[in-house]
Design a protein around this ligand. Sequence first.
Ligand SMILES: Nc1ncnc2c1ncn2[C@@H]1O[C@H](COP(=O)(O)OP(=O)(O)O)[C@@H](O)[C@H]1O
Ligand SMILES: [Mg+2]
Length: 231
Amino acid sequence: MSSDVVIRAEGLVKIYRTDAVETLALRGVDLSIHKGEFTAVAGPSGSGKSTLLHLLGGLDRPTSGEVFLEGKALSKLHPEELARLRLERIGFVFQAHNLIPVLTVLENVTFALELRGVPARERERRAREVLAELGIEKYAQQFPHRLSGGEQQRVAVARAVVGDPAVVLADEPTASLDGENSRALIDLMRRLNETRGTTFFFATHDARLLDRVKRLLILEDGRIVSERVQA
Ligand SMILES: Nc1ncnc2c1ncn2[C@@H]1O[C@H](COP(=O)(O)OP(=O)(O)O)[C@@H](O)[C@H]1O
Ligand SMILES: [Mg+2]
């Protein structure tokens, strides 16, 4: 059973200290993400969602507690090992504007594969396959600014899944989109979850999206206050 755990977090506490101010952003979070899950973490602004995603993805360190990615304790890794693990095993999607403007859509998607040494022809084949699954292959040679916000976020999702990561961590991927485009993006992520088996864990404060997920965690004041699994 434990072999299908992609990420395990134990006792995560995060305190931000700035000058005289201390903010307790996470107050002891335990959770496991299993292979193939499609999970949302919801909660009001300031509840700690971004902090949690940053810690799970090794972008920041907890004040105490530990994150295990495929069994490896992140705090025990050297910075270069952690960077490599992030590159190879985690796909990130952020709110908006995280595509590289001087690269085409296709290049934005192949870039991460290039860093990992995947040969050119194989990179392009894999990128085109994902772009087609997301209905945006026709934009392969365009630059991101020519695309709508919803299309740009689909490119960001394509880039995150193309390397078949252990998990895609998405921090409010629909924050810049209207209701219709938000639902469309989540539905596309859900489809990739079903066709490719990609594991997704995303944060949102949009309650309208929550019927789309298989598993829902509610974060309040840095604590998981409820959890449910749904059809
Ligand atoms: N870099 C930071 N420095 C200081 N305080 C921060 C920082 N990042 C987040 N916080 C604080 O931590 C709490 C949780 O923030 P965050 O994780 O961004 O929540 P959410 O993503 O749910 O809105 C908030 O009180 C926020 O102001
Ligand atoms: Mg946030």
